[in-house]
Design a protein around this ligand. Structure first.
Ligand code: CP
Ligand code: NVA
Length: 329
């Protein structure tokens, strides 16, 4: 019997496959309840703090809507208006918030920060994205894959592009724990950290998953059920990296040609936001500067029937709700 009460959700490494599946099942139940307008505000009177040192649409809205549906009140601390990191240390902030709140969400920079928050606050703490990991995103992705294919084990997921950052790392952990075959397709300097790969190889042995690291997109995408990508430049990285990133990762753009190599019925996934056109300020500026129409995915693929990106986005809310409900005391 899985019991996650009082636990933090900092990275998937800390959770067993059984515990991850429990969270997916709980999310599925909450999703049904929400669709059927069955109230589930069983946690009335609780309060949680949402700390965002980086910007967000999906994660913030998911935490706020999920908490509200569960009867929980939220306090949003934005990237500039709290004392955190400027006039007050993580340790002191954690000890203050731990006295007032029943749980804390943190989005920001190093994984060490969210780990310290959890340790020093003494209340369940949830990782809303760090440079190294984005575990709530992976729950939404796994729920979406299970909905589309009816299973997780044996699904071939290919991650194209910057596989050494939060999304590549977390997908590799999630796939190796849950038995999906994971392929990182990128230049070698964009493969995940060697130590993390070794750790995931152990999970893969237990789950029956296969891990591959391939530089050739055509070979990597052959028979893929899921082709996944993320931005080439992540939040917090300096503007100067764009040029080199584009030069090195352009061959890994997900476009119609790449999708042709995938298995029949393959889906396209992206955690979002995506640079698939010139219709945003940054997208326009970078596309004009580097003479491109899109970055990591073409508009054609993004808008195609294979694209499930908005199902993924919706599932952020249901899975985050499951994490809060399962862990809060
Ligand atoms: N996918 C994701 O985390 O989106 P936000 O940055 O909008 O929260
Ligand atoms: N790798 C991206 C993920 C955004 C959800 C970033 O960190 O900006």
């Amino acid at each position: 019997m899985v019991n996650l009460k009082g636990r933090s959700f900092l990275k998937l490494i800390d959770y067993t496959p059984e515990e991850i599946i429990y969270l997916l099942d709980l999310a599925e139940k909450y999703k049904q309840d929400k669709k059927n307008k069955v109230p589930h505000d069983d946690f009335r009177g609780r309060n949680i703090a949402l700390i965002f040192e980086k910007t967000s649409t999906r994660t913030r809205c998911s935490f706020e809507v999920a908490a509200h549906d569960l009867g929980i009140s939220t306090t949003y601390l934005d990237p500039v208006s709290s004392q955190l990191g400027k006039k007050e240390s993580i340790e002191d902030t954690a000890r203050v918030l731990g006295r007032m709140y029943d749980g804390i969400e943190y989005r920001g920079f190093g994984q060490a920060i969210v780990e310290e928050l959890a340790q020093k606050s003494g209340v369940p703490t949830w990782n809303g994205l760090t440079d190294e990991f984005h575990p709530t995103q992976i729950l939404a992705d796994m729920l979406t894959i299970r909905e589309k294919f009816g299973k997780l084990k044996g699904i071939n997921l290919v991650y194209m592009g910057d596989a050494r950052y939060n999304m590549g790392n977390s997908l590799m952990v999630g796939c190796s724990k849950l038995g999906l075959n994971f392929t990182a397709c990128a230049p070698e300097n964009y493969f995940p950290d060697k130590k993390l790969i070794e750790q995931c190889r152990k999970y893969a042995e237990d789950s029956g998953s296969k891990l591959q690291f391939i530089t050739d997109p055509e070979i990597a995408c052959k028979n893929a059920d899921v082709i996944y990508t993320d931005v080439w430049v992540s939040m917090g990285e300096p503007d100067e990296v764009w040029q080199k990133r584009i030069e090195e990762l352009a061959p890994y753009q997900v476009n119609a040609e790449i999708m042709k190599h995938a298995a029949p019925g393959a889906i396209f996934m992206h955690c979002l936001p995506a640079f698939h056109d010139r219709l945003t300020a940054v997208g326009k500026e970078k596309c004009e500067k580097f003479n491109r129409d899109a970055m990591e995915v073409t508009d054609e693929v993004f808008e195609s029937p294979a694209s499930v990106v908005f199902d993924e986005a919706e599932n952020r809310m249901h899975t985050i709700k499951a994490v809060i409900a399962a862990t809060i005391l």
